[in-house]
Design a protein around this ligand. Structure first.
Ligand SMILES: *[C@@H]1O[C@H](CO)[C@@H](O)[C@H](O)[C@H]1NC(C)=O
Length: 478
């Protein structure tokens, strides 16, 4: 990354805006450039762009705007577009209307955040977590926001101490990044009382509490564009929420059987979906209704239709397909199992990638694990592969990894190939990216990283061109 001096940044963005200016003008969009004085002319000004100097802002009225300006806006009007991160499929703009915005922004209130709290926001503001739940939520509460440009594991707790932070947010792999930093004497010296977010795994959860003290973790679940959500109010370790009756009535949802091979829900003889029994993993779908609407994606009816599932339990009904595999236990606690694109099938069995990576990171030398399935010529389904990063100054311990994998995972879900990386690719919201890895497969002449192959008797041995050829030739059956 390059740090440009200020004027250069302006020129870069200006160029981008200039390119689309004619079409913006056609749509009567006003474009402003911030922090430029009117008199500063001569080349710097762009035709059709108004300047917005601090002087002008000072002069502007602080009176409420004329309500007439928003007379056409309703609770269902779009308020912003949020590009979903595209962990599976292409990024697309989810339409967030005022109703969704208000609901998502009330998460802080639901979690018990008060106006006296100080919340630390370091997540990108182009996503729901940082912007809606964080910033807009703080405006709703009236509390103090500490805004940081970028997440830093090493600065995290120093920031919390310096600014008396009481509420933190987390997402994706963040909590594990914090647990992976070197232990310090002052790990428990801070005022953080509440962590609000999504995606913490059970083992990280316990480790986090043990290390950083008594912090209430409020795990919640919901997709940016989704119409269903859960909140784990009571801090049950590992759960993303708990079912409740009122919730189910207002917003009917179900976990249904999913066929990983055919990549579609299982249908019964009448063509309807099948609910999974309590305690089993199923695809979460939520009924689309006026109370639980699905606004879809901007200018993309095709993508919008693809997220809808029809004729689920009766002819003509419509459900939002969350793409997530969940499990609900007898007490009603809801657990995240995997994303449907991530779970793959090998030897007729489903392999949940999150379960495998949770297992791998228990091996002493392994810091992070990104698990996915790769295609093998002449074989059905996909075979397990893992991209790993190692802890500082540690070597890949093939023996310990093999022993662990052998005792904790059934043979079909043991990663057959392992590649060692210096760092794992993550999205802007710290979710692991798999698509590129899946496409690269396990060919040693393509992959520059160190590559290992699980040999049935010997364990993980270095992958060679010879092994690769015998697999692709079909001489070596996996
Ligand atoms: C943090 O709290 C301490 C003690 O209550 C106070 O002295 C200090 O000024 C506070 N710091 C900030 C940045 O508000």
């Amino acid at each position: 990354t390059k740090v440009f001096p200020q004027p250069l940044v302006e020129i870069i963005f200006r160029g981008v805006v200039e390119e689309v200016l004619p079409s913006l003008r056609e749509q009567s969009v006003s474009v402003f450039v911030l922090g430029q004085e009117e008199q500063e002319e001569g080349g710097a000004r762009v035709e059709g762009v108004k300047t917005l100097s601090s002087g002008k802002i000072q002069q502007a009225s602080d009176q409420p705007l004329d309500p007439q300006l928003r007379s056409k806006a309703t609770i269902k009007s779009p308020t912003l577009y949020i590009y979903t991160s595209g962990t599976t499929g292409l990024p697309k703009a989810a339409v967030i209307n005022h109703e969704r915005m208000t609901l998502a922004a009330s998460m802080q209130a639901i979690a018990g955040v008060t106006r006296d709290d100080v919340i630390y926001i370091y997540l990108p503001l182009y996503h729901t977590a940082g912007f809606v739940m964080g910033l807009v939520g703080a405006i709703e509460r009236g509390n103090t926001v500490i805004l940081r440009r970028k997440f830093s594991a090493s600065q995290f707790w120093d920031d919390c101490r310096k600014y008396n932070v009481t509420v933190i947010q987390y997402i994706g792999e963040i909590m594990r990044y914090l647990c992976n930093t070197p232990k310090k004497d002052n790990d428990r010296q801070h005022k953080v009382r509440l962590a609000l977010g999504n995606g913490i795994r059970a083992d990280t959860w316990s480790e986090f509490l043990e290390r950083f003290g008594d912090i209430r973790i409020c795990e919640c679940y919901g997709a940016t564009e989704g119409n269903v959500g859960f909140v784990n109010y009571i801090g049950k370790v590992g759960a993303i929420g708990r079912e409740n009756f009122i919730h189910r009535v207002g917003n009917p949802y179900a976990l249904i059987q999913y066929d990983t091979e055919r990549e579609e829900p299982v249908r019964d003889c009448r063509g309807f979906c099948v609910k999974v029994p309590k305690g089993e993993t199923g695809l979460l779908v939520a009924k689309i209704s006026s109370r639980a609407p699905f606004s879809g994606y901007a200018k993309s009816p095709q993508q919008t239709e693809r997220k809808k599932l029809k004729d689920v339990f009766v002819k003509g009904d419509q459900y939002f397909n969350s793409g997530d595999l969940l499990r609900i236990d007898n007490e009603g606690f809801v657990y995240f199992m995997d994303r449907i694109g991530d779970t793959f099938r090998w030897k007729g069995e489903n392999v949940a990638t999150t379960e495998v990576s949770d297992n791998l990171i228990m091996v002493e030398c392994i810091e992070e694990a990104n698990v996915y399935g790769v295609k093998v010529p002449g074989h059905e389904g996909r075979i397990g592969m893992a991209a790993l990063t190692l802890k500082d100054n540690m070597e890949f311990d093939s023996k310990a990894t093999y022993e662990h994998v052998k005792t904790s995972l059934p043979s079909y879900s043991r990663p057959r190939f392992i590649r060692i990386q210096n760092s794992l690719d993550v999205t802007g919201t710290f979710k692991m990216m798999k698509v590129k890895l899946v496409n690269e497969g396990f060919n040693p002449s393509v992959i520059r990283d160190r590559l290992f192959y699980l040999e049935d008797k010997e364990g993980y041995i270095p992958m060679t061109q010879e092994i690769y050829s015998s697999i692709t030739d079909g001489k070596l059956r996996l």
